[in-house]
Structure formats: C-alpha cells, structure tokens
Design a protein around this ligand. Sequence first.
Ligand code: ADP
Length: 397
Amino acid sequence: MKVLVINCGSSSLKYQLIDSESEEVLAKGLCERIGISGSMISHQSTGKDKITKEIDMPDHVVAVQLVLDSLTDKEYGVLQDLKEIDAVGHRIVHGGERFSEATLIDDDVIKAIEECNDLAPLHNPANLTGIRSIRQIMPEVPMAAVFDTAFHQTMPKKAYLYGIPYEYYEKYKVRRYGFHGTSHSYVSKRTAEILGKDYKDLKIIVCHLGNGASISAVKNGKCVDTSMGLTPLEGLIMGTRSGDLDPAILNFLCQKEDMTIGEMLNVLNKKSGVLGLSGISSDFRDLGSEASKGNERAITTLEAYYYRVAKYIGAYTAALNGVDAIAFTAGVGENNADGRKAVCEYLGYLGIEIDPDKNSIRGEETVISTPSSGVKVLVVPTNEELAIARETAALVK
Ligand code: ADP
C-alpha cells in the first residue's frame, strides 16, 4: 500500500510517500518557511536526484499542490497518476477528549478536529488545510488522522493536573495533554534500539526542538511527563510561542496594551518565543548568523532558549529519579550543534561529556556523548512519518 503522509507544521510541510509493506520511502520532501520570505521546496524520489526550488508559498494550500505536482512530475516524480496513492495519513496536533487514538477521516471527524482549533491555534488549522486540499484534489482516497496527544495519555495524574480548583478538571478537562507524541514515542524507542538496550529498562529524556518544542520524560517505555500542556503554548521558549510564564502577565499586558485576552494569546502564540525576544526571526539559522556577528539580542535570545531546555532536563531527571539517555530531535535538535553543546554545558553535574566531532553531525542518528559520559546523549532524527504511515495502513486495511 502506498501511503502519503502529510505533516503540516506551522511553518513547514513535511511529506513522505511510504510503501507500507516494505516501509521503504518512495519519495520525500520538505516545504520550508511557509508564510515567511525565502520559502522553498525540496523533493527527492528515491534513486533520483534531489531537487530544490525557491518558490513563493504564502500558505499551506499552495504547498500541498506543489507536493502533489512534485510526486507526479515526469522527470523527478515517482508516480504516473495520483490514483496510485492508496491512503493519506495526516498528523493532527490536538484530538481533544474525543480522540484517544488514530481514526479514519470523514466529515464528522473534520468537524471535531475543527472544534479543537482553539486548543492548537498554530497547528490544527494548518493540519485541516492539508486534509481539505487533498480531499479537493483526490476525493476518493481514504485518509487517517494520527493525533499528537495519544502517547502522553500514560502520564500520571500528579503530572497532568494543574494547581487550580479540581472542579475545572472535572467540568472542562483542563489538564496537561502534551503534544509531539508521535515523535516522542518514535525517538524514545529508537534511542533504546540504538543503545542496544531494552526500552522497558530505560529512563529517557527526549528534547523535540523544532519550531514548536517540547520535552518528555519516558520511563520504562511510558511517558510520565511532558512540557506542553492543555495547548502547545506551555513549556519551552519556542519559535514564536512564549512557553511558561506567570499567568498574571496576561491581564497585566492586556490592560497596558489595551488588548483583549484573545489578542494577547495571539501575541503569545505567534509573536513571542525567539521571534519576539530577538525581534529578528523565528528561525534558528537567522538567529545563529546574527549571534555570530555579535548581535546582543540574538545572543541573549539563544541563551534564554537553551537555559530553559536545560532547566526542563533537570526537572525531568528528578521526575525520573535519574536519566540514562537524552535524545535531541526535530529541526533545531537535529541540526544545531551549537545549541546541543550549549544545553549540555549545563549538565556537567550529570557527568555528561560531549564529543565535539560527533556533535558536529547534522540529522544523523549518532551518539554524541563520549564513551565515559555519565549519561548517553544522542541525536535521533524523528520519524513521525513512518509512525503515521504504520497507523494509517493499519486503519485502511
Ligand atoms: P516544525 O515542524 O515545528 O515547523 P521543524 O522540526 O521543522 O519545526 O523545525 C524547524 C526549525 O528548525 C526552523 O525554524 C529552524 O530554526 C530549525 N532548523 C532547521 N535547520 C536548521 C539548521 N541547519 N541549523 C539550525 N536550525 C535549523
């Protein structure tokens, strides 16, 4: 079965066409900087040259059309016809209370996902655009939704409850859900495999550092805590999201700036994080280049970002009562050697030592700690697409 997996992020669209029997990737690609200047698509059909085009992508509809055009392109595509695609699997960020596992998509499911838009304002609308665009072009193809919230359902109550009146949990299910679950699940399992250890015997901290960013603590194969909350706004400083802050800031700033809570939440989701702090960009490549030129705000922004990551690792080391392995993944975690170094410099107390040569890699499965390091530190490129293809094929069969 040929499964097209669509992962519409806030500023990126990753896709893979996967043969679900052989698990071979037939083609893959990435649309980057969607909605930002300098957007580009890179596409590679297996066995053919990779092509990269700088092309304007104002929104995800345009990006999806470019993906389908690339897959069927006579020269660098891999399909004669879009009908060869047997199923499409979509990564969906928030499934609310309704979805505790993956599901086939119909009108009712689309409506239910739409109802969760408030909870993931950066991602669910982008996810839905992916679903609608595919439906418009290929109305017959079965589609599955794979939710980011599922892996974190094993969190104990002490980890997912907020310190607010319990009735809000009972009445409205206000609690920590966590996101990037497909990634945390895949990366923690791969970490055990790479180390040749039993997944059920390990304490692993996964740092998923992309445009959205979250950390999870995984004990004996189960998630016990994660940094994102009711929505993806909580936790780390992210590309454009604030992460943790004093909730009283919301009212304080609304009064000072004469804004509604909705408007201020938009600021916290879309104009904060490293973008808001630096005033430069949400992209770490731009920040890194400004920092290397001595731009003080870029330097401070990166310091604040890595400091927050290191604090969460400390907290989760306590939650796990020790840690065997720390895995870095997603755009920043996989590619940014300076960032991994900066985070690990805080972790000397755990006996962590990084091998600079190994740390210089980009996007490859690598143990970057020295053999004598007190904790194994790894780069493990996430593979949400494969995990989604597996779930989609299982549902469609
Ligand atoms: P999302 O899926 O949440 O949009 P990604 O996991 O694709 O995020 O990560 C995107 C981020 O990864 C970009 O904003 C960029 O900051 C960072 N990134 C990608 N490549 C590099 C690189 N070579 N060096 C540093 N950062 C990078």
